[in-house]
Ligand binder design. Structure first.
Ligand code: MG
Length: 316
């Protein structure tokens, strides 16, 4: 994979050089599709394309590659081994044909209520099957994006144990298990609590109060569980994603690059700082995520995000 990446990077550099010299056409003509794009490392969470991708997955993935994306993170796994209705082996072939690497996948165990000893077996069975399915197409990460019930310090600790079990199963299958946040994880919980505590915590904070996200970090084994930080949802949780990346440099190993809608348009996200710290931490996996876009098709919005990152001098 490294060789292929290096090849693409070097080959793409030639295209950039060709463009500068006014020879884009001739350079493009001799290069495969993927190398027509920029050499930057850009990942896309395919959830961003919603229903627009499913009518033509092969064609849609080619469009994604042409926008400049180099890798994708799946969404829509079902335990029959399909991604949004497409068998995973077929999806992998379509990605290969487009020149995209599938590096990650988002999926949730089928347990809606609190995690307990009674449903632990069901959760473990889910991850076992999911690990087998994903190992077969060679992804790096399987990542849970759904927050389980975490209403007390004790419940957070138990969820951490369950995450460790999931991590063991993934690791045994050659994968890395991870957790992706929204904003709810930045609420606080107290020992014996019955619901999360939101808002500011003053000097009279109850003993043992903790931010759920910090509790999940504390209660998971670094050798079994990585964290994919969604930088936008951290901000929506009134936390600084950069501070978290600095504090947990060895735990936060992948990022969701997200804004209100198209990247950079809201002006509220400091992507330059986020990328600087990510590179300093050795993070290699970045996934653009687009939600709530109403300015055109989702493909157009996803292209707008790529254009922003391709133009940004701080993105490598
Ligand atoms: Mg996200």
């Amino acid at each position: 994979m490294t060789n292929r990446r290096n090849f693409l990077r070097n080959a793409s550099f030639l295209v950039v050089g060709g463009a500068l010299a006014g020879k884009t056409g001739s350079a493009n003509a001799i290069l495969p599709v993927a190398t027509k794009t920029n050499a930057k490392n850009l990942g896309l969470q395919i959830y961003s394309l919603g229903r627009e991708l499913s009518p033509d997955v092969p064609g849609g993935l080619k469009k994604v590659a042409q926008m400049g994306y180099t890798s994708i993170e799946l969404a829509g796994y079902s335990s029959e081994g399909k991604i949004g209705g497409t068998p995973m082996a077929d999806f992998k072939k379509y990605a290969d044909d487009a020149g995209l690497t599938i590096t990650s996948s988002h999926l949730n165990p089928p347990v809606r209520g609190p995690y307990t000893a009674d449903n632990l077996g069901q959760i473990k069975d889910f991850w076992k099957k999911a690990t087998d399915h994903h190992a077969a197409i060679g992804v790096k990460y399987i990542i849970q994006p759904g927050q389980p019930a975490t209403r007390s310090v004790e419940e957070v600790a138990y969820v951490g144990e369950v995450f460790n079990e999931a991590g063991k199963i993934a690791k045994a299958g050659g994968l890395v298990w991870g957790y992706h946040n929204h904003s709810g994880e930045f609420a606080r919980v107290v020992p014996g609590g019955t619901e999360p505590v939101t808002g500011r915590v003053g000097r009279n904070a109850p003993a043992g109060i903790e931010i759920i996200y910090d509790g999940l970090l504390k209660n998971t084994d670094p050798s079994l569980v990585i964290f994919e930080l969604d930088v936008y949802w951290a901000v929506m949780g009134q936390q600084d994603p950069v501070a978290y990346m600095k504090k947990y440099a060895d735990r936060i190993r992948a990022l969701h690059i997200k804004d209100v809608a198209v990247l950079g348009e809201s002006g509220m996200m400091n992507f330059q700082k986020i990328y600087e710290v990510a590179y300093a931490n050795g993070i290699q996996d970045f996934y653009v995520e687009l939600e709530n876009y109403s300015g055109g098709t989702q493909f157009e919005g996803v292209k707008g995000c790529a254009d922003y990152l391709l133009k940004a001098t701080f993105v490598k």
